[in-house]
Design a protein around this ligand. Structure first.
Ligand code: SF4
Length: 363
């Protein structure tokens, strides 16, 4: 799921476990997973299963799946994947990780797969969490530069170098230095500071928001159109809500804000990221963001609910909302056309808004 592997790999290395990072999710991943997946299961399930199968092809000893008591189908993923692997003769490679126990779940998992030294485990969790926060900060900076770069693709080259620096950092001190160097690296991108960019937030189901192959590289495409993006659902916000103990949290978390701002449209958690999606629209509208894009996998139950709430929200929220439902059949040409039309709409809207404001000033 995007760059999550960087944090996990750091934690495993600290515990003396060699992480095997499977190839980036691709068409091949999906083809492999499709052979063993129920047809209508949601896209993230297929991607995760495909990642596991590609890791097994590379002779990995274990794969670990997050289990959840959640309201949506994520609760069944673990058992279903275990079943598939068992049928294929790899059942003994399957491990389960109860991340929804927060810090305790992560601690328990790392103690089970290593010699269980408590100091080493806490250090491992610490470096993983810190890396995830750094990665999200770097992503935002990258997005700023990509929307303004003079030659398309330059920001990405610098970003990839920056990512390598974060991956290499082995402890907190090295990570601090790596973040500084990563920022300097991305800032080497030649940009047009005066370019009028459009600001768009990306919300929806967290896997699709994070994983570029499954969202058809939405942020890259928007960057090409001069759009600066910000993911509202980030790994660090999930970590803050689900892993970091309460005593160490500062300010309102994403989930706390979601409960506050999703009202009166949605009064309770209905699974997945629906509550966050609804509240993200209200929050982006309040801050005058140019637009928001909601991405979700085909057949995702919670996000079908949130998409059905958006029309009601339009009565009170001015912000343009684009909803994109993705599956492996999503055609690229039609998808790009929808993005371009949405960007045009936001540009025109921004232009007329500015014009109105100027007219009001001269009256
Ligand atoms: S949130 Fe949606 S896509 Fe994600 S596991 Fe649940 S039903 Fe599937």
């Amino acid at each position: 799921m995007g760059n999550v592997y960087i944090g996990w790999a750091a934690a495993l290395k600290k515990m003396g476990v060699e992480p095997l990072v499977p190839p980036r999710t691709s068409k091949k991943t999906l083809e492999l997973a499709n052979k063993y997946s129920p047809e209508s299961i949601c896209l993230p399930y297929k991607m995760v299963l495909g990642n596991f199968l590609q890791a097994i092809e590379k002779d990995v000893d274990y794969v670990a799946m997050i289990s959840s008591p959640g309201i949506c189908r994520l609760g069944e993923y673990g058992q279903s994947i275990k079943h598939v692997l068992t049928e294929m003769g790899h059942g003994d490679k399957y491990l389960e990780l109860q991340l929804y126990d927060g810090f305790n779940g992560m601690y328990r998992f790392l103690s089970e797969i290593s010699d269980g030294n408590p100091v080493a485990i806490v250090k491992a969790i610490n470096i993983a969490i810190r890396k995830m926060f750094v990665l999200d900060r770097i992503e935002n900076l990258f997005s700023y530069y990509r929307a303004r770069e003079i030659n398309f693709g330059t920001a990405e080259k610098h970003y990839n170098k920056a990512l390598a620096l974060i991956i290499d950092a082995g402890n907190t001190k090295e990570l601090k230095q790596a973040e500084k160097e990563a920022i300097e690296e991305i800032k080497k991108t030649p940009i047009d500071e005066n370019r009028e960019v459009i600001h768009v937030e990306i919300t929806g189901e967290i896997f699709l928001v994070q994983e570029p192959f499954s969202n058809q590289y939405i942020e890259k495409e928007l960057g090409r159109m001069g759009v600066q993006t910000r993911r509202t659902l980030t790994v660090s916000s999930f970590v803050k809500d689900a892993i970091i103990p309460k005593a160490f949290k500062k300010g309102e978390t994403h989930l706390e804000r979601a409960y506050r701002m999703a009202r009166p449209y949605l009064m309770r958690d209905i699974g997945g990221d629906a509550l966050e999606s609804v509240s993200d629209v209200a929050y982006a509208n309040e801050r005058g963001v140019d637009g928001i894009i909601h991405v979700s996998p085909f057949t995702c139950m919670p996000e079908i609910m949130s998409q059905n709430i958006f029309p009601t929200m339009r009565e009170n929220c001015e912000i343009p909302i684009l909803t994109l439902i993705m599956d492996e059949q999503t055609g690229r040409a039609g998808y790009i056309t929808r993005l371009e039309a949405f960007v045009d709409l936001m540009k025109r809207r921004k232009f007329y808004k500015k014009k109105k404001e100027q007219e009001a000033l001269t009256k």
